[in-house]
Ligand binder design. Sequence first.
Ligand code: NAD
Ligand code: IPM
Ligand code: MN
Length: 349
Amino acid sequence: SKVISLAVIPGDGIGPEVTAEAVKVLNKVTAGGPARFDLTEYELGAEHWLATGETLPDKTLDALKGHDAILFGAVGVAPGDTSMPSGLIERELLLKLRFSLDHYVNLRPSKLYTGVDSPLANPGDVDFIVVREGTEGPYAGNGGVLREGTPQEIATEVSLNTAYGVERVVRDAFRRASQRPRRKLTLVHKHNVLVNAGRLWKRTVEKVAAEFPEVTHDYLHVDAATIFMVSDPSRFDVIVTDNLFGDIITDLAAAITGGIGLAASGNINMDRTYPSMFEPVHGSAPDIAGQQKADPTAAILSAALLLEHLGFDDEAARIQQAVAADLANRGGKRRTTAEVGDAIAAAVS
Ligand code: NAD
Ligand code: IPM
Ligand code: MN
């Protein structure tokens, strides 16, 4: 059988708890099949930094580049925790991985599964994907601080948008839209205020749209997009948006489809020059860490996205079906993280 070399970065907080369940399900779905996973675990994250001072050494980054894919848990400390500078591990580990491995498609599907409660009274048929740009925008680290701590302090984060970077993610979003039944793409931006980047995004969508005449497209300012995500989420099919807007609207998208514990993501390098990385949308959840309270479903669905990316569509579908079956019968049952993982693994056909 084909051996898939998989790097696992469990990380901090609930990261190790949820990745353990994702690995459990990956092993179950591949048992006896054409693929087998060869796992290498990497100890990285906030706790690792506190113990060693390392975030992501070059040699570790090089080693990660040698794998077929990466399964990532979550990293970071509680927002009020002062044991490490805010943003250090996020920037120097997570974002460094996304940038160095050129994960330009940050794919975040949102689907309201049967049996899952939405906080919306009439959610309708919610099934859309957000294609979030993953390597540019305000995340690029452009900016700085002058006269820090003085009344004259100046702090900037400059959003980076390149024609190359915008075009490749927009084309990917159109391609995904062309393969979905509703064939609709919505650009979410704020070109009424962010006029420079906004023009580039809008013009790029118009240009690439010509290659996909079967796909209809429209546009929403990001503030209005949050209204429709609550009032009429079934209007969305494929949303393409920049790195920061995509971060914010995908937490909202998760909330309307049953919560952050169900939201999966892939950081995808579509050119396959480097391994892609799959992770739940949520963070390390310090408030519930170490208590077996975390829902591992987001991590498990991220593992399905990983399989799909590697071409194992059948295995990916079987995980999605097992998750759907489990969600359909959850009701108000209280289960541990491992119990949910066991149940989904058992439901894998
Ligand atoms: P968070 O996603 O960790 O937690 C937000 C809330 O959602 C918490 O109440 C948490 O208990 C709950 N939650 C999250 N995942 C859950 C799950 N699987 N099951 C049940 N409940 C769940 O966001 P935060 O509190 O803003 O961030 C905590 C830390 O995680 C920060 O250091 C942040 O930078 C980091 N973070 C990392 C990633 C990542 O590694 N990809 C993503 C987001 C945040
Ligand atoms: C996410 C997270 C990250 C992001 C942080 C932790 C850097 O919120 O994956 O959604 O903003 O992309
Ligand atoms: Mn986020």
